[in-house]
Design a protein around this ligand. Sequence first.
Ligand SMILES: [Zn+2]
Length: 461
Amino acid sequence: MNRTTAAALLLALALDAPAQQAGPSPAARPKVILIIGDGMDQNQITIARNYLVGLNGWLTLDTMPVRSSVQTQTVVEENPTVPEYVPDSANTATSMASGIVTSTGRIGTTAGTDHDVPTIMELAAAAGFGTGIVATSSVTDATPASFVAHVSGRLCEGPRSMVSTNANNTAFSADCSADLKANGGKGSIAEQIAASRIDIVLGGGQRYFAQAAEGETTKTVRDLAVDNGFRVIGTAAELAALKRGGKVLGLFAPGTMPVLWRGTGGAQAQRVLHDENGRVVQPEPFACEPDPAFGAMPTLEAMARAALTHLDDGRSFMLMIESSSVDKQSHARRPCGSIGELKQLDDAVKIALEYAEAHPETLVLVTADHSQAAQLVPERSWLGPNAASPGHFARIRTPEGAIMGVNYATNDSTLQEDHTGADVPLFAHGAAANEVPAQVRQTDIFKIMLRHLRLTPPPPP
Ligand SMILES: [Zn+2]
């Protein structure tokens, strides 16, 4: 290329504001919207569909043209050649964000060796693309964190929790001393988000950004975010009034955002009792109702819409949207909570599909990170009046006038359920969707997104 041509090209690129992206014309610049339902396995989808649209209805999710199944992969931290069959959100989100298999609790780092691995958000930002992260959990929670941060343990969400004191949390306790800035690390997850190039970050997590930043006497993590160019907002009204341009950090709750729905009066699954004759005393059925705690929270749909508006500036972009509490409510044995969060996801899917219709260069992927505890079971056991679920059981009165049985029986703890290890669904829409194989691994989702965005794969860690 001669100098005149090069100068003309540079000028053309400079005039193409605000894009800093070379390559195809704006209309052809590839975009990816990855929507994750945390814990949204086939049981969760079917339970939610039955409640939300009835046995003869389809969710928006169900109308997506391409359908695949995803195997999750996890390895043991102490010996990464040995598999573990039940994952968590940290290692599965790391597989999707960075294309590697790692151990539970790890965020953007390798099992055993603790090397940082680049995320698709970092690769996209380095190429001049727009980037966005939306979640209904704290933005520092495992799934969103895995797209932007690198720490050895998912609980290292803020500067105050870098060295675990919780010896009981055996699955996830990790010492993040090596990640302290004082030791040459990048700091806590919140500090890494504050230092990041992500264009828009929306969700909960105010408490982590209110903490004093490591090594600072007067500054909080929020202050570091502001220093790095983030405009910080905190209400649905501010989100609705958002002007495009600049970087945005929206924090709408101290931690996880409240959920949309709950069981009537707070009802949830409970242990089944037997009377003196050994007969099952069936728990009273309940319906779902709006959870008053949700209050004036922005919906996931509103956050998804704001993120898409913010990123729609002619550049390619990589946007991750998570409905985080399908999982959290299933841990807590609250079926209506999970159903409401699946509704939130389905409403966000609708927004994403509308965007993709208007921008055909958009690949929309919807998936789960791992399966969960809830099972759709008979509302009365087929084995007669003396048999019942050994775990926690709910009978849900659906709007179409039937009773749906949901049980939780992964453990006998009074605290919460465990995850399960089954394959999870993947739904795809867009031109590149036809290239999605019928059965994939979670690391393939990284490759599919990378290929669509025409980004160069990073070298293996
Ligand atoms: Zn979970």
